[in-house]
Design a protein around this ligand. Structure first.
Ligand code: FAD
Length: 329
């Protein structure tokens, strides 16, 4: 789903005008200052906003994370030195193409090869795809921007690849409406909070898109964090920093271990898909398909990963259920 559409749902989905008036788009965080009983967020456009906490869901390049680490360092906590670096081992060329009439609608196709793989699906109007390639050298340069020549080289390197049984990559590329080549980041932060600042989403857990779980993982963090905050507020509408930190610590400890499992699955999946070693090829393309069908694998993932997901524990109501019922753990 395009971010613009998601934003429209979130902004439009609140209980009324009051919610809309509280959402400010296009407001960049410049700095965060701890005040006596709260936080002051300085904006890039000038001015500031006062609040009780900051939740940094500002992505892999998180400014909130940088500021949080700096605030901890200033207070004598050795945060950033304890963090493993975020590393890019893979590139992805992703984008959208016009529907090519001969291709199958509704199925998800994945092609594997040495140090490269592709994922693509089509609906009646469009095709969405991601083409992965292992970098010759891993990098910690998170903001790598690819030039036109580098994109052209990437496209050329896939000229012999079939992305669907009857669709070659060059044919897909001819029909593209837009494409983007970026590095994929892999990493898991040790520290998810400091004082009244707390992280969620890609700002604290990064993985490649190989298993498509980044958004889900981020949403899981958001749900658990909201549950913890709601519990604190139901006991004390104006909690002090220590009380909030205890809730954030519980959140961090639970979600970091859950995210570690998801990040590991994603890390293994991209290495299997791109035949990172003889063993990963053998496991991914010989043993797994022999042991279990794709349908059974997805059902197992649904059973083990999704159905036990965190839910808002303070909202009464019937959860919509599909073939796989929800469980409360
Ligand atoms: C090609 C590709 C395919 C993917 N496919 C899938 C998939 O199929 N399924 C899946 O679950 N995940 C997928 N992911 C991963 C998913 O996109 C991310 O995990 C998810 O978007 C992370 O959400 P987030 O809110 O943490 O960060 P983001 O989506 O990066 O959002 C961060 C927000 O913070 C804002 N921001 C940044 N800096 C500042 C600042 N200084 N001040 C204020 N605001 C700021 C940004 O503008 C942005 O709106 C994919 C990722 C890629 C790159």
């Amino acid at each position: 789903m395009a971010q613009s559409k998601f934003r429209a749902i979130i902004i439009g989905g609140g209980p009324g005008e009051d919610t809309k008036s509280k959402i400010r788009t296009g407001a960049g965080i410049k700095d965060i200052e701890a005040t006596k009983n709260g936080v002051r967020v300085h904006l890039t456009s000038g001015g500031f906003v006062d609040g009780s906490i900051v939740i940094g869901a500002d992505g892999v390049h998180s400014r909130t994370r940088d500021i949080m680490q700096r605030l901890a360092e200033e207070a004598g906590e050795g945060f950033s030195g304890e963090e493993e670096p975020i590393v890019s081992n893979y590139q992805i060329l992703y984008g959208r193409a016009k529907y090519v009439p001969k291709v199958e609608i509704g199925n998800f196709f994945e092609a594997h090869g040495t140090y490269r793989s592709s994922q693509i699906s089509a609906d009646k109007d469009r095709m969405h795809f991601g083409i992965y390639r292992k970098l010759t050298c891993p990098t910690t340069d998170l903001r790598k921007e690819y030039s036109k020549d580098e994109v052209a080289e990437f496209v050329e390197a896939f000229s012999d690849v079939m992305v669907m049984p009857n669709l070659s990559f060059p044919e897909l590329y001819e029909n593209c409406e837009w494409i983007r080549l970026v590095n994929q980041h892999e990493g898991l932060m040790k520290h998810w909070y400091y004082g009244r600042v707390v992280l969620a989403g890609d700002s604290c857990a990064q993985m490649t898109a190989a298993v498509g779980l980044g958004v889900n993982n981020g949403i899981q963090s958001a749900v658990l964090l909201v549950n913890k905050i709601q519990k604190v507020l139901s006991n004390d509408p104006k909690p002090d920093t220590e009380t909030l930190e205890r809730a954030f610590e519980e959140y961090q400890n639970t979600r970091r271990e859950e995210s570690r499992v998801i990040c590991d699955i994603a890390a293994k999946a991209i290495r299997v898909n791109t035949w990172d070693s003889y063993m990963s090829w053998f496991l991914g393309d010989v043993i797994f398909p022999w042991m279990v069908s794709d349908e059974k694998l997805m059902a197992k993932a649904g059973y083990e990963l999704v159905r036990g997901a965190h839910k808002f524990d303070f909202i009464e109501g019937d959860l919509k259920s599909g073939k796989i019922p929800w469980v409360t753990l």
